[in-house]
Write a protein that binds this ligand. Structure first.
Ligand code: UDP
Ligand code: MG
Length: 138
């Protein structure tokens, strides 16, 4: 089934100048970029995006990190886009990520892990709408 999912290149990925490398991995794996922009989240905007994690001990630190510099937000589209993107990303903690995944290759630790990807159709819908209007997705 063709799906859409939200991808973010987090501030650490932007700082490392690997935007092109990451997008290339998506395209080589059959995911199309249906929408894309570079933005800088405020702390409040980062908190809104990660609202599902508001009770977690890492929420404050995570939202500081996500608002420390610009990010690239994208809508990826393709067959099984949600699970395919999660495979390309690798496990949340790079120590547990498989070889050849983005997080294994580039992430410093469980927080600064380079990329975000929606984890279900419901979260994809919420997360895409958080950043993009229907008129911005092709
Ligand atoms: N995170 C963290 N510490 C943890 C777990 C997660 O700092 O113990 C951060 C990390 O940046 C992660 C984000 O919070 O990507 C969201 O966590 P989630 O469990 O949803 O992981 P993901 O879906 O990004 O793999
Ligand atoms: Mg998640």
């Amino acid at each position: 089934m063709i799906e859409r999912t939200l991808s973010i290149i987090k501030p650490d990925g932007v700082k490392k100048s690997i935007i092109g490398e990451i997008i290339s991995r998506f395209e080589k794996n059959g995911l199309r970029i249906s929408a894309m922009k570079k933005i800088w989240l405020t702390k409040e905007e980062a908190k809104g995006f990660y609202i599902v994690h508001k009770e977690r001990p890492f929420y404050d630190s995570l939202t500081d990190f996500m608002s420390e510099g610009p990010i690239v937000v994208m809508v990826l589209e393709g067959e099984q886009a949600i699970s395919k993107n999660r495979e390309i990303m690798g496990a949340t903690n790079p120590a547990n990520a498989s070889p050849g995944t983005i997080r294994k290759d580039f992430a410093e630790n469980v927080e600064r892990n380079i990329v975000h990807g929606s984890d279900s159709p419901e979260t994809a819908q919420f997360e895409i709408a958080y950043f993009f209007s229907a008129l911005e997705i092709f």
